[in-house]
Structure formats: C-alpha cells, structure tokens
Design a binder for this molecule. Structure first.
Ligand SMILES: Nc1ncnc2c1ncn2[C@@H]1O[C@H](COP(=O)(O)OP(=O)(O)O)[C@@H](O)[C@H]1O
Ligand SMILES: [Mg+2]
Length: 284
C-alpha cells in the first residue's frame, strides 16, 4: 500500500482559540498503481485538507498517515525527511497562486525537479516536455507566471508537478475555471498518464461527468467524514446521493429515465452514448 490513513482526524485552530474538525476519523488505503480515484463532496467538506495529508504537507491532529512506509503523526519530529515523499506523491494545489512564485514559467517548472537533485539540463528538458503535455507551447516558458490567465496558471502548476515525475498524482480541482475543450484535453492527459504508466491518479472535482467517465473508484467527503468509498457504479446506485447533495451525471439520468420508460435494466451503466445506444437498440 502506498498511502494508508488510520483513524486520521484534523482540527484547524482559529485565532480565538476555537477548534474546527475538518477531518473526522478517516480510514483509507491507496495503492501505488492502477487506481483512478475521484474525490468529491461539497465545498468545505474537507477534500483539500485530506489530500494535503497524502504527501505530509499537513500532519494529522490524531491518527496516522503512512506514506511509502514513513509514518506521519502528530508527535513526529520536525526533522523528519519528507522531501522524497513529496517527489513520490505530487500534489497540484487548488489555487495555482500557492504554487507559482518564480520569475519565469521555465524556472517555476524546473523548481520541483531541481529540488530533488535533478540536473539543470534534465530539469529544462522535463519543463519543455511538461509544458507541451499540458497543452501550452514553448513560448510560455519565458513568460512570467503572474501575467497568465487563471486557466494558464493552472496548466503551468500541473506542468510543474508532472516534471517531478511522481508515482502518484494528486490534483485538487484541476479543471475548474477551464473551458470545456481545455477540460477535456486535461482529462485525456490524466487518462493517458494513468493508462501508459499505470500511475495512481487522485482528482478532486465537482464534475460528475468526469467521475462517471474516468474514475475507477470514488471517495465522497461530507462534513469531514469519508462517507463513501467504492465504484462509480455503486455510487450512482446509492440512495444517499441526494443527501450528499451530489448531482447525477447526464448519462446516468438519461439511462434511469429510459429504464423506467421501457421497463428494462441497463446495468452496468453505460459510460458513453455508444454504450447507451448498444443497450437500447434491441428494445426500442
Ligand atoms: N486554514 C484554515 N483555518 C481554519 N479553517 C479552515 C482552514 N482551511 C480550511 N478550513 C475549513 O475546513 C473545512 C474544510 O476545508 P477544505 O479542506 O478546504 O474543504 P474542501 O476542499 O472540501 O472545500 C472548511 O469548513 C474550511 O472552512
Ligand atoms: Mg478544496
């Protein structure tokens, strides 16, 4: 197991001294390879807090996170060497502003690899590859990250993590603020990385179509608790969907309406329009 959460809780403390339970007793196992996980839940449910525990950016208030055999808990000393973990588990922040700070895009993307003792030449090469991977061209490398649009900043921050070549890629709302074409291109990139290198990908998203189409496993957070951990098929069969304020993807809505109308069963749920047609062509 690459990452293991055991009874992890986390409290934020406010300036007035009060505590807020952002994570409550989380138990969770994540494999090194093969998983494509969607992490979903309402805003404020604890998703960003949870993923920052996956590369030891945050330490649990109680319980333990084990990452590649290194145990992280509240009592661990500050001297613990965490750099190797950050290379193995690459985290792209929800807000790219947290991640971009160098003068040029090139230097920003090189920063991660350089931190892990990759040579300057190799880091440059990786930056050139990564900028293309995220759908920008090499002219961006000489620009300042601060003069880019929100979507471009997002892509540069993703390129910076790709250039570290992590085992596990954790992306906090990577497609928010992108147009549909940009969104689809990024999802295709993550799927390609997943299929080619069998890396585990964890993506936080509010887009239920993404959840349905690409995730092999879905985690649902609600008020600091992990309330669901299973396949997307099981999620869309789950009666609590409404209670968790989650929308059904368009294709699932359509499928359920057709099932009712023609008194048929179309399980497993079709993943795309072609599969939907295949299901119904004998019936109507
Ligand atoms: N630095 C902080 N100090 C106090 N409370 C915080 C802080 N960061 C987040 N929170 C609170 O913790 C809860 C979970 O936040 P977060 O993990 O960002 O949720 P999500 O990513 O699901 O929107 C929210 O109620 C949020 O207001
Ligand atoms: Mg968040």
């Amino acid at each position: 197991m690459a990452i293991k959460f055991t009874e992890v809780s986390y409290q934020y403390s406010s300036p007035d001294g009060s505590l807020f339970d952002a994570l409550k007793n989380i138990n969770l196992d994540i494999a090194k390879t093969g998983e494509f996980i969607a992490l979903i839940g309402e805003t404020g449910s604890g998703k960003s807090t949870l993923v920052q525990h996956m590369n030891a950016l945050m330490k649990p208030s109680s319980g333990q996170v084990e990452i590649y055999g290194i145990k992280i808990n509240h009592s661990k000393s500050k001297k613990q060497k965490l750099t190797p973990l950050r290379q193995k588990v690459g985290l792209v922040f929800q807000f790219p502003e947290y991640q971009l700070f160098e003068e040029t895009v090139m230097r920003d993307i090189m920063f991660g690899p350089r931190n892990f003792n990759i040579s300057k030449e190799e880091a440059k090469q990786r930056a050139r590859k990564a900028i293309i991977q995220v759908g920008l061209d090499e002219s961006y490398l000489e620009r300042s990250p601060f003069n880019l649009s929100g979507g471009e900043k997002k892509r540069v921050s993703i390129a910076g993590i790709l250039a570290m070549e992590p085992d596990i890629l954790v992306l906090d709302e990577p497609t928010s603020g992108l147009d549909p074409k940009g969104r689809d291109a990024l999802i295709d990139l993550f799927t390609l990385i997943h299929n080619t290198y069998h890396k585990t990908i964890i993506i936080i998203t509010h887009d239920m179509n993404i959840v349905h189409q690409v995730a092999s496993r879905v985690l649902v957070m609600r008020e600091g608790e992990l309330v669901f951990d299973g396949t997307s098929e099981a999620l869309f069969n789950n009666e609590s969907l409404n209670k968790w304020n989650l929308e059904e993807p368009d294709l699932i809505k359509m499928t359920k309406q057709l099932e009712q109308r023609y008194s048929i069963s179309m399980r497993p749920f079709p993943k795309n329009i072609d599969q939907l047609f295949h299901h119904i062509k004998d019936v109507i």
